[in-house]
Design a protein around this ligand. Structure first.
Ligand code: HEC
Length: 203
């Protein structure tokens, strides 16, 4: 009899716990504007850490940070990653700041303290249930290793490098022709000959 009461209490407590969790989750809503709670962030980071095999964590980068390798990685980052992470890796972009979880500031120690192997693994495989896509295929890829070197370089980025990256940020044909027109307009001797251009929507 006592055993049955104990079992019943456990079941009731379980149901009450699940109901409370459900209630809190629903009340909190599913908006991506929020930041994950400290508990959620801790569980997610721990699960991510545990899911990276030890051999991968300790893997060594086959590339050295030469000027050429870094230049290539900067162009790649500007083309594929900056839309969320920003050219400077701050994560301060419209998409990066409105994802759940948000794109982190990769210049900070939380990212910089990850090993090369962990960074490679994250870039190659992505992060499940977040906005971070997997960039590699089933085989090892050199591009992700080069990007690791670029991430290490982020805290020392200079303005010239930032400027150079802007050329590689994806743009639609309309944006490119608008830029061209603007350039022509600015180089024109008599700007008053030009009609006023309609401004583009921000979103
Ligand atoms: C669609 C948006 C998006 C794009 C594009 C994207 N990322 Fe991410 N990335 C994220 C988000 C969001 C996170 C944070 C995930 C988390 O908190 O677990 C992240 C996390 C990371 C991390 C882990 C940083 C840390 O401290 O946890 C690395 C490294 C990274 N991204 C590199 C890249 C690289 C390199 C590219 C381009 C090849 C890229 N990302 C493209 C959204 C993106």
């Amino acid at each position: 009899m006592r055993k049955r009461t104990l079992l019943l209490s456990i079941v009731v407590a379980g149901i009450a716990g699940a109901a409370a969790f459900g209630w809190v989750t629903i009340r909190r809503g599913f908006s991506a504007r929020d930041n994950p709670s400290a508990m959620e962030a801790y569980v997610a980071k721990t699960a991510r850490k545990l899911s990276i095999p030890a051999s991968e964590r300790e893997a060594k980068n086959p590339f050295a940070p030469t000027t050429e390798v870094l230049r290539e990685a900067r162009a790649h980052f500007a083309d594929h990653c900056a839309i969320c992470h920003g050219n400077d890796g701050s994560g301060k972009t419209e998409i990066g700041q409105n994802l759940y979880p948000k794109a982190p500031d990769m210049r900070q120690s939380e990212t910089q303290s990850l090993t090369d192997g962990q960074l490679y693994y994250i870039i190659h495989n992505g992060i499940r249930l977040t906005g971070m896509p997997a960039w590699g295929g089933p085989d090892k890829d050199n591009d992700s290793w080069r990007l690791v070197l670029f991430i290490r370089h982020l805290p020392q980025m200079n303005t010239q490098e930032m400027k150079e990256m802007e050329q590689f940020n994806p743009k639609s044909p309309a944006e490119r022709s608008e830029e061209q027109e603007e350039e022509q307009f600015l180089n024109e001797d008599q700007p008053s000959n030009h009609a006023v251009k309609p401004s583009r929507q921000k979103h």
